[in-house]
Every structure is written in structure tokens, then in C-alpha cells.
Write a protein that binds this ligand. Structure first.
Ligand code: RIB
Ligand code: CA
Length: 313
């Protein structure tokens, strides 16, 4: 029985690959996409989500837009350079064939969660603003979710500061509120996603796939140029795809149930995730923290599923 999922995202190049992976995988039944401001403004993340769905003939899937800004503080950030001005630079995708659903992302998630209590997993691969709003405004629907799977956090080095990972850093108050809900939350952070890489050779192979090859290779090559600038390596981190892959194959990651706090202060450590693996704080475990990943099985799964998706189009 395919697992029903909703993907809340901020496409974003790695979000786009994660969406394709989810749509390519029979283990998952993607019910809807919802979008949030993050990598690029909400209008762009929304248009990009719709464009990715058009690419693979899934304009039937509902997509609703959510929060256009974080809960409290708007960060000074220009991460659009990471994903380009469009948020999917290099993809060369045409304009979306439609607009988003009339309802807000929170209402769409709530409606779908309440229709299938205890069954739907919310996969959040952007800032957690929509997820926190759902918990606050529609708590009965939030509680009806099976679980929340998040790409977010860092225990050994951030990407927006020495301590903060982008999704948490963009809206730390939202992340902290989600972690305080008592819901079953899994955090797939940079400690494992920085091992989940694609290489230039992988991208060259992906480029040959029908239909999705050119846009996928184009945006990954854009993303890789950024990785070369930052790290001097011809690799591309697959942050969001790894979170989706964990749903497809729950043996990919090694998880530790522990207490995780978020620094919501306005100081230099804002957005840091304090992963209390040794229970020093004595707090009740509130998240499953991803500590290790089987990199080669992840890579094989991602490449195989993208090829299968292309062949099905
Ligand atoms: O830190 C990585 C995360 O931030 C990914 O979800 C990427 O898409 C950006 O949103
Ligand atoms: Ca993302």
C-alpha cells in the first residue's frame, strides 16, 4: 500500500529533484504539493512547483501556496543566488500551465490530513513556516498527520552560519514550535545530506534521460557551479531528495531519538539546532535525528528512480 504524502517545499533545485523522486516512487502516493517562501520568494517557489509538475505530466496534482514570509523575523538573505533568480536556474522550464489552488497551503494540508487520519506524512523540505502555522491554526489536523519528516538542522556545522542550516535558519521560531508539538518528527540534517551527493558523471548520465534529462541536468549543473565556488568540489548535495528517500527506504538512515532545541535568539547562533544526543539537557526526546546514511544505496535509488520516471513519460 503506497504511503500517502504531502510535500511542503521551496523549489529550489534540490526540492525539484526531491519532487521527481517522490513522483517516481510507487512506495509513495503524493497527494499534493504546498509551497513556502525560502530559497526564493513564494511566487517563485509556487511557480516552480507547478513547472516541475508540468514537466512530468502531473498537472492533476493539487498545489497550494502557503506563507510568503517567516512567522516573526524576515532574515536578511540572498540565497536566491544559490538556486538562481528563478529558483530553478538551468532548468529552462516553460511557464506553468496553471496557477496554484485557491485554498491556502495550511487548509489543503488540513483537509487531506483529516480525510485520512493517521495516514498522511508531511514531508517538509523548506522552511517550516507552513508546518508551524498548521500546528497553530489547525491543531486537530496537525495531530491527524502520521508524522512530519523534515529536511533541516545541523549538529556539526551549518550552511548559513557555523551552526545553522538554511531551512531552520530562515524561520527558527517555526522550527522550534514544530519541535514542541509532540508530533512524530524526523530531522534529516546536513550531517547526512552533505554525504548524499551526485557527481558530474551522474549529471552527465542524467542529461541523456528522455524528457526530464535536459532540465534536470541543467539545474544540477547550475547548482554544482555553486558547490564548486563554495567547496571547490564538483559535487551536488541532494538535501531534499534524501529526506524523501528515507520514506521510500527507511533503512537508508540511522536515526537517534533525542531532544533537539532551536536557538530563536537574534544573536550569531540564530537558527542553530542543538541536538542533545547524549541527553545532557535531560529534555524529553522530541525528534528522530539522522546520524548516518548508506550513501551508495541512496545514490543508486535516486538515479534508478529518475531513470524509471523518464522511461514512463
Ligand atoms: O539547507 C538545505 C535546505 O535549504 C534545502 O532544503 C535547500 O532546498 C534549501 O531550502
Ligand atoms: Ca528546500
Amino acid at each position: 500500500m503506497a504511503q500517502p504524502v504531502i510535500i511542503d517545499c521551496d523549489p529550489g533545485i534540490d526540492d525539484a529533484i526531491a519532487i521527481l523522486l517522490a513522483l517516481a516512487s510507487p512506495e509513495l502516493d503524493v497527494l499534493a504539493l504546498t509551497t513556502v517562501a525560502g530559497n526564493v520568494p513564494l511566487a517563485s517557489t509556487t511557480a516552480n512547483g507547478l513547472r516541475v509538475l508540468d514537466l512530468v505530466g502531473r498537472a492533476d496534482l493539487p498545489l497550494a501556496a502557503g506563507a510568503g514570509r517567516p512567522l516573526i523575523h524576515v532574515p536578511q538573505d540572498d540565497s536566491s543566488t544559490t538556486h538562481g533568480e528563478t529558483g530553478l536556474d538551468g532548468a529552462g522550464l516553460p511557464a506553468a500551465s496553471r496557477g496554484p489552488a485557491a485554498e491556502h497551503a495550511v487548509d489543503l494540508i488540513a483537509r487531506l490530513a483529516l480525510a485520512r487520519p493517521g495516514e498522511v506524512t508531511l514531508v517538509a523540505v523548506g522552511p517550516l513556516t507552513n508546518v508551524a502555522l498548521l500546528a497553530a491554526v489547525r491543531p486537530e489536523a496537525f495531530a491527524a498527520l502520521r508524522s512530519v519528516l523534515v529536511m533541516g538542522g545541523a549538529a556539526n556545522g551549518g550552511n548559513m552560519s557555523p551552526y545553522a542550516e538554511f531551512n531552520v535558519w530562515f524561520d527558527p521560531e517555526a522550527a522550534e514550535r514544530v519541535l514542541q508539538t509532540g508530533q512524530d518528527v524526523t530531522l534529516v540534517g546536513l550531517d547526512v545530506t552533505r554525504q548524499a551527493i551526485l557527481t558530474a558523471a551522474d549529471i552527465d548520465a542524467l542529461a541523456l534521460l528522455p524528457v526530464i534529462g535536459p532540465p534536470v541536468a541543467g539545474m544540477l549543473r547550475h547548482y554544482m557551479r555553486k558547490h564548486v565556488d563554495w567547496y571547490g568540489e564538483e559535487i551536488v548535495y541532494q538535501h531534499d531528495s534524501l529526506a524523501v528517500a528515507q520514506l521510500i527506504d527507511p533503512t537508508l538512515l540511522t536515526l537517534r531519538h533525542c531532544h533537539v532545541l532551536v536557538d530563536t535568539g537574534l544573536g550569531p547562533a540564530r537558527g542553530a539546532t542543538l541536538v542533545d544526543r547524549l541527553g545532557v539537557y535531560g529534555g524529553t526526546p522530541n525528534a528522530r535525528w539522522a546520524e548516518a546514511v548508506d550513501v551508495e544505496r541512496f545514490r543508486a535509488l535516486l538515479l534508478q528512480r529518475l531513470a524509471a520516471l523518464a522511461a514512463s513519460l
